[in-house]
Design a protein around this ligand. Sequence first.
Ligand code: NAD
Length: 253
Amino acid sequence: MDLHGKKGLVVGVANAQSIAYGCAEIFRARGAELAVTYLNAKAEPYVRPLAEKLEAPIIMPCDVSVPGELEAVFARIQAEWGKLDFLLHAIAYAPKADLHGRVVDCSQEGFNTAMDVSCHSFIRMAHLAEPLMPHGGCLLTVTFYGSEKVVADYNIMGPVKAALESSVRYMAAELGPQKIRVHALSPGPLKTRAASGIDHFDELLERARARTPEHLLVSIEDVGNLAAFLASDAAASLTGNVEYIDAGYHILD
Ligand code: NAD
């Protein structure tokens, strides 16, 4: 899990409970130098102190739905580092009315927004990262089991995460010849801000705890350890996977 000499981009830190922050802490502890983004001016006061704690030399705004902001992040990485070794895409969004409603009732606009922010933004990141990874690299995103099974209240994010996981497989195949590896991490439920947008999330947490073989919930550090392994050279033979980090949640009926 040695990441010394590696440069990584982390998108998705909102606060210290964010999965992205749990991963960033481990990336940094393993020696990586990080670029960290925040959503907008409202998020900056929460994210900047965390990014400074991570000694990130690049701290920038990035709302993937604002044209040019993602491109500006990659332009700065190109100018300052001239390369990128790995990135973590840990963002998702769906408008509340669509997230809380049935898939059957999802609006076209809500679907497009959810797909754009939660899935196509990862494709855009891969596209921008490719020229910065001439000697290979690793692209990580974050998904959830609701992509493959119907999980109560996960609603439209299920189809969106299914598209994200399929994109991981296609991009892993396309980028394999350049030694760029692509994975989706699939954690069990974690109490984060995004999770609080899902109806009855506490019940989902308790169901997960009851269901897992050891009656465990995972932590953002657990996700970070897996992410750091995948970003390291030790994981050079792995690509295209949905990597469960869910205390066994997905194995039971
Ligand atoms: P979080 O609220 O800490 O992080 C979500 C992030 O998405 C925030 O930093 C937010 O700023 C960012 N974001 C939203 N819209 C954006 C946009 N337009 N541009 C850029 N960034 C934007 O919550 P989290 O749980 O850490 O979520 C991270 C990822 O993990 C998401 O993809 C989520 O679906 C996934 N996930 C979460 C859980 C869970 O139980 N919390 C489980 C499995 C997967």
